[in-house]
Design a protein around this ligand. Structure first.
Ligand code: COI
Length: 356
């Protein structure tokens, strides 16, 4: 256990009775407290848990101008016996550390990230929903806080963790969603920042996603930035294909976000004897596999999205429509097993759930 001291200032007025846990809209309601840690003069200091609220900030803080920031998306779950756990804490911290390095943010020490999060979730333990398929979404965010318009790495930073009780991410719930490619746009290029969790990746996806939604699709299926043929990811989740009885997903080539749920799917598949092939897949190959009946299922995997079936992929002149109006059996198996592990109904494969 760490020797770190975290000051806790509790709110005298919990807002929990205002929350309708049966009708949660993703990311729209926040728990009672947040963690705040500041970086100055070369060190992270004085972790504090305080009531969730506004944070003071000048319009010149450099993150608002140049986007020097990193975030994570994680979840806490409640077992049937009431115990609470955080899912894949170590893996998320590792990705967070790597993302910070890429945009010159000084490393947030493990104990601040992990013990700070544990203390926050413990403080807001009553906000972790008990119902299956619901969770407390945890959003760590670190950003540059120097007041400067000069383009340089900041000398001051702030790290926050906030929490939000959530159900399904997509409005479709767990019904199949519809994707379209947007070949005029790209999400990320090799050497860029597509493989780390920085806000700019998401800002750049907004306009093409809005156009896709105007055409009747839920999200964009991103293709590679050079040949516009290789399937990469969905932005809010990684993508998987069941081809005959093989689980296929694009390899982590440097422009795809290394999803933690992606990793969980791959590890579970391998542990259960399924063949997993991390290999490049072109959009034309998918159309051919669909025509010959070899493409059995498509699903996305992400922390917010969990396992989300994909019913349609549209690309230029063709449309791949697959399955019924329900999750396919393979997608369903992953959905049930991952949520089962998270809620303690399926054995933890080893250190995935950190009890708090
Ligand atoms: C997550 O899945 O946690 C993400 O950060 C994706 C975001 C679009 C909600």
């Amino acid at each position: 256990m760490s020797q770190m001291t975290i000051e806790i200032k509790k709110t005298p007025h919990s807002r929990i009775s205002e929350i309708d846990f049966d009708h949660l809209v993703f990311g729209e309601q926040f728990s009672d407290h947040m963690l705040e840690v500041r970086y100055s003069e070369g060190s992270w200091r004085d972790p504090l848990i305080l009531p969730y609220g506004q944070i003071p900030m000048y319009p010149a803080v450099s993150t608002l101008h140049y986007g020097q920031a990193v975030f994570e998306g994680m979840k806490a779950f409640r077992y049937k016996d009431g115990k609470v756990n955080i899912f894949r804490l170590d893996k998320h911290y590792e990705r967070f550390r790597r993302s910070c390095e890429r945009v010159c943010i000084p490393e947030v020490p493990q104990d601040i990230f992990k013990e700070g999060m544990r203390a926050l979730v413990d403080t807001d333990r009553s906000w972790v929903p008990g119902a299956k398929y619901k969770s407390l979404y945890i959003r760590p965010i670190v950003f540059a806080s120097d007041q400067t318009l000069g383009l340089r790495a900041s000398r001051n930073y702030r790290f926050y963790i906030i929490c939000s009780p959530v159900g399904n991410y997509y409005a479709e719930g767990i019904k199949p969603i519809r994707l379209t490619t947007m070949p005029k746009y790209v999400r990320a290029v090799l050497g860029g920042v597509g493989d780390v969790k920085v806000p700019g990746n998401y800002a750049a996806s907004l306009q093409p996603t809005m156009k896709a939604q105007q055409l009747g699709y839920t999200q964009v299926l991103w293709l590679d930035a050079i040949e516009h043929r290789y399937v990469e990811e969905v932005g809010s989740m990684n993508i998987f294909f069941v081809i005959d009885d093989i689980l296929v997903t694009p390899p982590l080539n440097g422009s795809i976000l290394p999803g933690i749920t992606r990793n969980s799917v791959i590890e579970l598949a391998k542990a259960n004897g399924m063949t997993v092939d991390e290999r490049p897949v072109t959009i034309d190959e998918l159309a051919d596999l669909h025509k010959t009946g070899k493409l059995k299922e498509i699903f996305g995997a992400g922390t917010a999205a969990v396992i989300s079936p994909v019913g349609t992929i549209h690309h230029e002149e063709y449309q791949i429509s697959i399955g019924s109006d329900e999750m396919g059996p393979v997608s369903k198996w992953f959905y049930e097993n991952i949520t089962g592990i998270q809620h303690g109904d399926v054995a933890d494969p080893g250190g995935w759930c950190t009890l708090i």
